[in-house]
Design a protein around this ligand. Structure first.
Ligand SMILES: Cc1cc2nc3c(=O)[nH]c(=O)nc-3n(C[C@H](O)[C@H](O)[C@H](O)COP(=O)(O)O)c2cc1C
Length: 327
């Protein structure tokens, strides 16, 4: 059983982005139906790393948030699940997601992330270990394995479902592919037809039309959105309105300056000082695409030495290009 309705919209996990500050930002501007934290290391969590509590903080919506773990072994994933089960209510997320899609060499070479797509016995053990030690919602996020092909990846997904997943997210790209080619949702549809558990499709989704067409077959349960929601953090509100067919809720006018400044405030209030500038840079590298001189704004912000400097750059940009401020 998944705790959200068919046709729900989930925020994708993104390292350096979907921390508590960004999830609060999205919650304020429109609200996703379900949230994922950025990937956290099960081992670092267990060893009590300095910022682990921040990685795993499920606020502002713990009852609609999954913490995503990458783990080196079923034992450490099991221990992390047990530890999270004992967390006080406000720090305990509703779900745990297992990362089986990250293809970064540092992750794959340690047997984590997308390496699990090509190691079905270990992937199955991971799910079984988590299931035994976590009574909440359990999911995994996969890609399409270049080595196993569609058939092999579907077989793997069936094994994972049997081992106890509540749902599966598929980022419909090969594990060897970067973002240049479009996601292949034909694979997500094929997978959804074969699996006994709900499948969520992810990759390049940004419009209500795309959502409608993916949900039309009735096989895909819900949709997960990543980069488009960083570019337009109010996107979930627009998509919900578009999907419900309530055309009278026309997209609201967005004040890009106020929204940009709000994210800087949230990062400053909620994140450790050493994360603040980096997360703002990452968010603004997408958010800046909303303005005419995106490159200029992006590079000015990336080179700013402080949050105060970033605030000044955002204000100056909209003073100089006032026609860009309201969208
Ligand atoms: C900056 C960045 C960081 C990401 N970090 C993670 C992560 O921590 N865990 C994960 O499963 N996927 C991660 N992804 C992949 C996204 O969750 C998502 O699958 C991918 O961006 C495709 O969805 P989109 O087209 O809606 O962005 C990341 C993607 C980006 C762009």
């Amino acid at each position: 059983m998944v705790p959200f309705l068919r046709g729900s919209l989930l925020l994708a996990p993104m390292v350096g982005i979907t921390n508590r500050a960004f999830r609060t930002f999205v919650h304020e501007l429109g609200d996703a139906d379900w949230y994922m934290t950025e990937m956290a290391s099960a081992e670092a969590f267990l060893s009590g790393g300095r910022n682990e509590a921040v990685y795993l903080d499920p606020a502002p919506c713990p009852s609609r948030t999954s913490v995503q773990f990458a783990a080196r072994s079923p034992d450490s994933l099991a221990a992390a699940c047990r530890a999270l089960s004992r967390a006080p209510d406000e720090r305990r997320p509703a779900g745990i997601d297992i990362n089986m899609g990250c293809a970064a060499p540092r992750i794959k070479s340690s047997g984590r992330g997308a390496a699990l797509l090509d190691n079905a016995p270990l992937a199955k053990e991971m799910v079984a270990a988590a299931r035994e030690n976590w009574a909440g919602i359990l999911s995994a996020k996969i890609r399409l394995s270049a080595a196993q092909g569609e058939e092999g990846t579907i077989l793997l997904a069936k094994t994972l479902a049997e081992a106890g997943l509540d749902f599966l997210v598929v980022h419909a790209r090969l594990d060897t592919q970067k973002f240049r080619r479009r996601a292949d949702h034909g694979f997500a549809l094929a997978l959804a037809k074969e699996l006994p558990i709900p499948v969520m499709a992810n990759g390049d989704i940004s419009t209500a039309e795309e959502c409608r067409s993916l949900l039309a077959s009735g096989n895909i349960h819900s949709l997960m959105i990543g980069r488009a929601a960083v570019r337009e953090p109010w996107l979930f509100r627009d998509l919900h309105a578009g999907l419900s067919g309530r055309s009278e809720i026309s997209p609201e006018t967005q004040d890009l300056m106020t929204i940009g400044l709000r994210y800087i405030d949230l990062a400053e209030a909620m994140l450790p000082p050493e994360w603040q500038k980096e997360t703002c840079r990452r968010i603004f590298s997408y958010y800046s695409d909303n303005v005419s001189f995106a490159h200029y704004l992006k590079f000015s912000l990336i080179n700013s030495p402080s949050l105060e400097g970033m605030r000044g750059i955002v204000k100056k940009y909209f003073d100089e290009v006032p026609q860009d401020r309201y969208r």
